[in-house]
Design a protein around this ligand. Structure first.
Ligand code: PGA
Length: 250
């Protein structure tokens, strides 16, 4: 059985003080449970506030990005070791905003996944097609390239912690969610890719999250899909009430 994972991607939102306020309210609404994992990815500058606020370590604290090199002349970048030292245990890699706003490509994302695994950080690897690609019937082709290039050269034994997030670009921040059937179809396809590239065991064990305009009103129908193992939430994760409603949905 795959354990559900509810992940929040705060993007460039929340100062340290705002992070502390969020945690106080959020933790008072969500009971500790071993049935599901909760992850929150604050901006780099608020990670320490998130870690300090989560004394009982109920939440997986993640970064939203990371450089693949260990150190060096990379102005504005953050290394895996810096995240390790803060107490971060996961990192979002290949988010569509990193790909399409900041020009990250599959080769860079592949290097980042390798670096994260080496550093013991759980990689939350994002893939997804743009609207034009879906309309041209290219969704599977795009997912195939992103998944196979992103995981290139990584042996199966290193992928025990891998989480994949399917985030159709046209559904991110637009209010336009993929239908549960569209999400299920894409997730099943990603699972079939993992079987072909690796094994049925890895394919069955890997959590695949859906992301793109997830909110309290659509979480249940998405989570009802057999291959949707959790969600990656942007806008609706910024308020403690709405992220708590997503985590504790029926
Ligand atoms: P959204 O963002 O929930 O605001 O659509 C999701 C994401 O970018 O991970």
């Amino acid at each position: 059985m795959r354990k559900p994972l509810y992940a929040a991607n705060w993007k460039m939102n929340k100062t340290g003080a705002e992070t502390r306020m969020f945690f106080e309210k959020f933790l008072s609404q969500v009971q500790p449970s071993s049935d599901a994992d909760i992850m929150i990815a604050p901006p780099f500058t608020s990670i320490i506030d998130a870690i300090d606020s989560d004394e009982s370590e109920r939440i997986i604290i993640a970064a939203q990005n990371m450089h693949f090199e260990a150190a060096g002349a990379f102005t504005g970048e953050i290394s895996a070791r810096m995240l390790n030292e803060l107490g971060c245990s996961a990192v979002i890699l290949g988010h569509s905003e990193r790909r399409h706003v900041f020009g990250e490509n599959d080769v860079m994302i592949n290097k980042k996944i390798v670096t994260a695994i080496d550093a013991g950080l759980m990689p939350l690897f994002c893939v997804g097609e743009k609207l034009g690609q879906r309309e041209l019937g290219k969704t599977q082709e795009i997912l195939e390239t992103q998944v196979s290039e992103g995981l290139k050269g990584i042996p199966e034994k290193d992928l025990a912690e891998l989480v994949i997030a399917y985030e159709p670009v046209w559904a991110i921040g637009t209010g336009r969610t993929a239908t549960p059937d569209q999400a299920q179809e894409a997730h099943l396809y990603i699972r079939s890719l993992l079987s072909t590239l690796y094994s049925n065991d890895l394919s069955n064990a890997t959590r695949i999250l859906y992301g793109g305009s997830v909110k309290p009103s659509n979480i249940s129908e998405l989570m009802d899909q057999p291959d949707v193992d959790g969600v990656l939430v942007g806008g609706a994760s910024l308020e403690p009430d709405s992220f708590a409603a997503i985590v504790i949905h029926d």
